[in-house]
Design a protein around this ligand. Sequence first.
Ligand SMILES: CC(C)(COP(=O)(O)OP(=O)(O)OC[C@H]1O[C@@H](n2cnc3c(N)ncnc32)[C@H](O)[C@@H]1OP(=O)(O)O)[C@@H](O)C(=O)NCCC(=O)NCCS
Length: 181
Amino acid sequence: MEIRKSTEADKSEIEIVHIQAFGEKEGPEIAKLVNDLFEDETASPLLSLVAVKNSKIAGHVLYTKASITQTTASVSAQLLAPLAVLPEAQNQGIGTHLVREGLSQLSESGVALVFVLGHPEYYPRFGFRTAGSIGFEAPFPIAEENADAWMVVELKEGITGKVNGKVQCAEALNQPQYWRE
Ligand SMILES: CC(C)(COP(=O)(O)OP(=O)(O)OC[C@H]1O[C@@H](n2cnc3c(N)ncnc32)[C@H](O)[C@@H]1OP(=O)(O)O)[C@@H](O)C(=O)NCCC(=O)NCCS
């Protein structure tokens, strides 16, 4: 399996990955979100990685620009959304490779914090922990019962104690329907 940056030519296969992974109901909306983020200037810089297995795209992850408002310190941040692996390729480590490679590349490019709204059982293995309790407010309020789904990982050691505030995401993601876990 190869992990590489996506290209323009990958777009239709990336759509298929999201539609199949998220299912008929949610999938088309997520696929549209991905395309919107590709066109969204406020999402830049973004990092889009695909996992290729047997010449086919089996997984995709997108990281887009985030910023933290209401803080005096300047900090480089990204938001992980969405992540998807084709159903038949799940539980084979593809999601893990996509997340780890993404965090590694972002770290190298100087990103200090990466946020995600996702499965609280999945992301802690990569170092993510609850973001709300350490002072990072999500772009939209997260229901109390899903508070642990809003998570952050620090790529620069010690940064979480120094900054906090409300996280602002790309315009395409800045809609309430994407903030319900
Ligand atoms: C979640 C997802 C990206 C994981 O990718 P993957 O390649 O299957 O995952 P990996 O093989 O790297 O890791 C497997 C682990 O993830 C866990 N996992 C898979 N789906 C999960 C889910 N929905 N919630 C919590 N954990 C999940 C498995 O139980 C397994 O755990 P283990 O290592 O403790 O046994 C993939 O299942 C998927 O595309 N799901 C549908 C879309 C989705 O929910 N995207 C994530 C939005 S936050």
